[in-house]
Design a protein. Structure first.
Length: 193
């Protein structure tokens, strides 16, 4: 999405450690008009994929996942990062190493929310090394459901997670793919430029 790339270039902040901050429009404060366009784009890309559910991971994937699910008229489910007292019963569980927080989380989805009949679109705000998506893909696999593909706001292409998933045959649609970014100069380039 050209407009998204322009917005990232104009407003994104490149931090040391390969972290891009877009909290003022994409994942903390959210530009609702942009969110609607991104959700419509994912719904268009996956229109013929037979998606029955949208799955994401808390917290920052939830906005796009909910908006995409609304466009596709299917339920949205999010994986919780730690089992809490109000998650009872049987759960699917995977371990995810957090890129931004440098720790490993257990992520869980109650078994009642995914079944073998489901065809799942997995959504997240960022794709870096692919740990979050791989955890969610494992959970979908455990449930017997199929993965329609992944829908991402910003893939950092230089970190390799997206291309590794594509090499495994998983469809990954990223609305913007950052090919390089420099914390000293703030210069960002996108795939295909
Ligand atoms: P991965 O698991 O693919 O290595 O990293 C993706 C996850 O880490 C996403 O759920 C996202 O929340 C977080 N993340 C990775 N890179 C960035 C980044 O540059 N900026 C922000 N805000 N989050 C990131």
């Amino acid at each position: 999405m050209k407009y998204l790339e322009e917005k990232i270039r104009a407003e994104g902040v490149v931090l040391p450690g390969h972290v891009l901050k877009v909290g003022h429009f994409a994942n903390h404060q959210i530009d609702i008009a942009l969110l609607r366009e991104m959700a419509r784009e994912l719904a268009r890309l996956y229109a013929d994929a037979g998606v029955t559910k949208v799955l994401t991971i808390e917290a920052s994937g939830i906005a796009l996942a909910a908006a995409a699910a609304l466009e596709m008229n299917v339920p949205m489910v999010f994986a919780k990062k730690n089992a809490t007292a109000n998650v009872s019963g049987e759960v699917y569980r995977a371990q995810v190493a957090s890129f931004t927080h440098k720790r490993v989380y257990d992520v869980i989805v109650p078994k009642e929310y995914l079944s073998a009949d489901d065809c799942v679109l997995i959504v997240d705000d960022f794709l870096a090394q692919g740990n979050a998506l791989n955890g969610l893909i494992d959970i979908v696999g455990e449930s017997g459901a199929s993965v329609a593909g992944c829908g991402i706001i910003i893939e950092k292409g230089f970190q390799g997670g997206g291309d590794a998933l594509r090499a495994k045959g998983i469809r990954v649609e990223s609305l913007a793919i950052v090919e390089s970014m420099d914390a000293d100069t703030g210069v960002i380039t996108f795939r295909g430029e």
